[in-house]
Design a protein. Structure first.
Length: 646
């Protein structure tokens, strides 16, 4: 690849000394993923749209994940595009970085340099373009603690940043690393899962560093894609598809129309030293405004993209209306988009009962579609409670979680549920724990031993239900547990299909578990999330799978939760209504905790690695049961009906 190369760093300072007013203009992309369906069409189109902009581009930086799995056929396809002058004009220098194991590198057994040999480039590069310094760092298959990087990469970055600071005084230093520095730009926050802290000790010494990264696929239209604190970071989007915060709205990482998003950045060095960045939607061939400006002097004194609050909050137009259409067990709502000074990120669709939010759904605004962003959104709400009068409302939320005033619709009443006349209330065959003056005991046919933690939960009559409940205080040593290490029936049920059931009442919002057996290596757990939603999290096929639901718990109220599993499928029912489902395709095998000592079912929390409860519940439990098969909807409803929520 003759047109891909680097400049010898030994003479960089000479170039800096002879700089002319001819200033750099370069483009940045990442995450091409050759080998992924559609990449062979999307990437060339994206590159053509980006590189035809005027004035001409000096250089193109491709910041990792060139391929999808690192196989030779993918590399051949990638190189054919990079070498095609109809796609990338021959006068544009191309500098590539590789990412890590699983995409650019097929395995850790082959050194990263092997893949750079495909590109005819060194793993790391130090480049001068028109008197400005550029540093690229590639993944080389590091350790589990350092992600895909090794200490050679970090030492290289430290050395070249020090050199650039000395020989390019007052100028920015452009740095390119596939994984974003942790807790900086959009896509790098700890809970988002894409950032790395491996280079932070180096980067934190240089406010003039402007770091470009990809990895997350998070969209460029979000204003958090540029961030300034100690230094500047920029998320450069993706050239194949978009992703979003995992679990934010309970839909996974792929929002609606995520395949119709390809993006890139063009960077201009302006007279006077400011840096101007153009964001480009390369799918629709349109610029995302406004442009960003990183202001000189590059010493941190003029940072404008830090500590932002995003205010004012989004607003709906004065004539905006929320309309709804009930259909059997669903309710469809439609509403116009709200407006914001930057971007409406998503919407909360809420259902109110007696002015309390009891169900909450999420929907992305699809701001990442830019000119094709729909003017009106429609969503079908499912899993609704039976026989309830509810009021719908929608709240617009921006990227900084500022919320609009709610837009309310007309109340509606959901239909009742009638199970099949032949359906019968099932009997808990594996576990049926009741609470009385003697503590907790299993009344199932198995009569399993129920142990307590270091502190026994209080047992007392529940004023709401007129039944006896176990009271948990949120203390990790106060819980009940049942061992199944030597229980073949429970282990068989985990493999072939089972159901767990609980009737619980939280005392407050928080991150709790009323019933769980998820420990290191495997299991499952019913969780109440901090915002009040209930979910069921499992280890299936060696991966964590989740059933999300829209129910928002209210402290002091009881919730009847039933979760079923069969190979390839899991379902959650709350108060008799089907509220969530996971279909796993080829992922079928339930994974159990590796350590037999952790093969325990915990009531009032989740199973912890030690003899304590993880996510200890602050609240009451009346029911804790387990069945040796997945129950039907009718059976789940009959359990709720026979043990009604107070």
């Amino acid at each position: 690849m003759e047109k891909i190369g680097c400049v010898c760093c030994l003479t960089l300072w000479m170039a800096a000394c002879t700089q002319k007013e001819d200033l750099p203009r370069f483009a940045v992309i990442s995450d091409m993923h050759f080998g992924r369906e559609g990449a062979s069409e999307k990437v060339p189109r994206a590159l053509k749209n980006l590189l035809k902009r005027q004035p001409e581009i000096d250089a193109l930086f491709v910041v990792g994940d060139l391929c999808n799995s690192g196989r030779q056929g993918e590399w051949d396809e990638c190189l054919s595009v990079l070498n095609d002058t109809a796609v990338i004009p021959g006068n544009i220098a191309v500098y590539c970085m590789i990412a890590g194991i699983g995409h650019d590198m097929e395995s850790r057994d082959i050194a990263g340099q092997y893949y750079m040999d495909q590109l005819k480039q060194p793993a790391h590069q130090y480049i001068d373009i028109k008197g400005y310094p550029f540093i690229t760092v590639s993944g080389t298959g590091g350790t589990s603690s350092s992600g895909d990087y090794d200490t050679v990469a970090r030492d290289y970055l430290a050395d070249k940043l020090a050199h650039a600071a000395r020989y390019y005084p007052g100028k920015p230093v452009f740095v390119f690393i596939h994984e974003p520095p942790l807790n900086t730009c959009y896509g790098s926050l700890a809970h988002e899962g894409w950032g790395t802290d491996f280079f932070l000790p180096v980067l934190n010494q240089y406010p003039q560093a402007i770091v470009f990264s990809g990895h997350s696929h998070f969209p460029l239209g979000d204003p958090r894609s540029i961030h300034q604190d100690v230094f500047t970071t920029v998320n450069d989007g993706s050239t194949t598809c978009s992703e979003v915060e995992p679990g934010l709205l309970g839909i996974g990482i792929h929002p609606e129309n995520f395949e119709r998003v390809t993006e890139g950045v063009i960077v201009n060095v302006l007279p006077g030293g400011d840096i101007e960045m153009e964001r480009w939607d390369t799918y629709r061939n349109e610029e995302i405004l406004p442009r960003w400006t990183v202001r000189a002097p590059h010493d941190g004194s003029r940072f404008t993209y830090g500590n932002r609050d995003g205010l004012p909050a989004p607003v709906f137009a004065a004539n905006a209306r929320l309309t709804g259409q009930p259909e059997k067990e669903t309710y469809s709502v439609s509403f116009p988009q709200a407006s914001d000074n930057e971007a409406v990120h998503h919407y909360r669709l809420e259902l109110l009962e007696n002015n309390q939010t009891v169900y909450s759904f999420g929907k992305f605004s699809q701001f990442y579609l830019n000119s094709e962003m729909p003017a009106e959104l429609t969503e079908c709400l499912t899993g609704l409670p039976y026989g309830k009068t509810l009021t719908p409302q929608v709240v617009a939320v921006d990227s900084y979680f500022n919320c609009s005033e709610p837009l309310k619709g007309e109340p509606f009443t959901t239909p009742s549920y009638t199970p099949d006349k032949n359906a019968r209330r099932p009997v808990a065959t594996l576990l049926d724990v009741v609470f009385d003056e003697n503590g907790a005991r299993d009344i199932s046919p198995q009569k399993k031993s129920v142990r307590t933690g270091a502190v026994s939960p209080e047992i007392r009559p529940d004023g709401l239900s007129r039944k006896t409940a176990a009271v948990f205080t949120g203390d990790s040593v106060s819980y009940y547990t049942v061992d199944y290490q030597d229980d073949s029936e429970i282990k068989t049920a985990f493999a072939q299909g089972y159901t767990v059931e609980t009737l619980y009442s939280p005392r407050q919002r928080g991150y709790f578990s009323p019933f769980g057996f998820l420990a290191a290596g495997g299991g499952a757990v019913i969780e109440q999330m901090p915002e009040g939603k209930i979910r069921y999290r499992m280890r299936i096929g060696g991966r964590t799978r989740t059933v999300n639901c829209p129910v928002i718990v209210q402290p002091g109220r009881y919730y009847h939760v039933v979760c079923t599993y069969e190979p390839g499928k899991a379902v959650m029912y709350v108060n008799g209504a089907k509220v969530g489902e996971w279909n796993g395709g080829t992922d079928k095998t339930t994974t159990l905790p590796v350590d037999g000592a952790n093969q325990r079912i915990t009531i009032g929390g989740n199973t912890a690695v030690r003899e304590t409860a993880d996510l200890p519940l602050c609240g009451e439990i009346i029911t804790a049961r387990m069945y040796d098969r997945p129950l039907t909807h009718d059976e789940a409803y009959l359990l709720y009906e026979s043990d009604p929520v107070p």
